[in-house]
Write a protein that binds this ligand. Sequence first.
Ligand code: PLP
Length: 438
Amino acid sequence: MQDIKMQLDHSKSAVLLERSKKVLAGGVSSEFRKFNHPHALFYDHAEGVYTYDVDGNKYLDFTLSQGPMIVGHSHPHVLKRVQEYSEKGQLFAGQHILEIELAEKLNKYIPSADLMRFCLDGSTAIQTALRVARAKTGRNKFIRFEGHYHGWLDNVSWGLTLDEEKMGTRENPNSLPWTSGIANNIEQEFIVLPWNDLELVAKIMNENYKDIAAIITEPIMCNSGCILPEEGFLKGLREICTKYNSALIFDEVITGFRTGLGGAQKYFNITPDLSVFAKALASGYPISAIVGKKEWMQLIAEGKVIHAGTMNSACALIAAALGTIEVLEEDGTHKRIFALGHRLMNGLRKVAKETGQNLLVQGLGPMFHSGFANVDSIKDFRGIIAYEQPKSKMFIQGMQQRGVRIIGRGLWYISAVHEEEHIDFAIAMAKETLLELK
Ligand code: PLP
């Protein structure tokens, strides 16, 4: 880590960004990539826990590319698997044996994965789950929660805007769109509610169940503050969905393979009807899975619900997923990821105390959030208003300036290849940054 520079030069990235803006809208290929510091950066290569930008800056990476790189960048076993299998062909407009091997593994590890289909990303797999739920129940709407991110498509680009004046009351929230260009009347497809409020969900379900095909939730609200479910909340959702014959859908795009090979459903011991896995499944290769109990996924099996995709389950993607899972299967991997995460969370809390800073650290360990707030904990999206956003931004910039990269909204991901020395370096840099913020 000695060669991490403390004063970073981004001049080559700046030139590339200007060139990029002439041909790529906004200079980037995903909206979230605009929000790097001091501007969208261009990366050259990555290995293990480090990414390197075009200006030669080296970063200790806790973004893990927004989560996928759970076994680190360029893991040799994953690359070997991809190369071995790609040499045989890429895509056949037909099946290949490795798909069965991957599906058998998911079936073995994930409690709800009786049957599954592979897709390319979280967003489309989520839409598949909603389609199955609507088809099976004959109902049109789903309940979703404020601050939960389920991709960028029309019917889920809601409930992500924190605007106290426009959000309505907790009991009667307004759905606020996240983007313009959404088709008219799509609000009729869903009800947005605050999370972690079982009583409210029960009330709304009781009044509307004849229209509700599904309740969709991130089992941990990773995308907004990394908030854990309150005791009994997921169990309560399970009971409500069973009572009213609606689907319980877990969006495990982040929690999948990160909280363990069985995902958050195994971790919390709550089995949803349908769930979606993506990010950490395949080390940065675009593959996701919609998995579910037989009685739901049967609709796809019978062709009553159509799921398709030209590029689905291309050889390299399946090989990358198998390679990643094989690394994760090594003894004690998740235990180590949890332990490192706890070490980092506790270390950050300690240096916050030492420096008199109101840094609030919340989450599970394999992923967690840090931000500045004068409260002991934050329990739902509305609570996030308590965060001092400008200070959080300065902290993240200060960390990046010291060669430690975390996600712009304050999320940290731990990989299987981080070591204690990396964690301790990040804690030391956090202390320096916190002192500077004073
Ligand atoms: N669901 C969750 C919980 C996510 O975090 C994301 C992406 O960040 C998605 C769905 C969408 O997945 P993708 O970006 O692969 O389309």
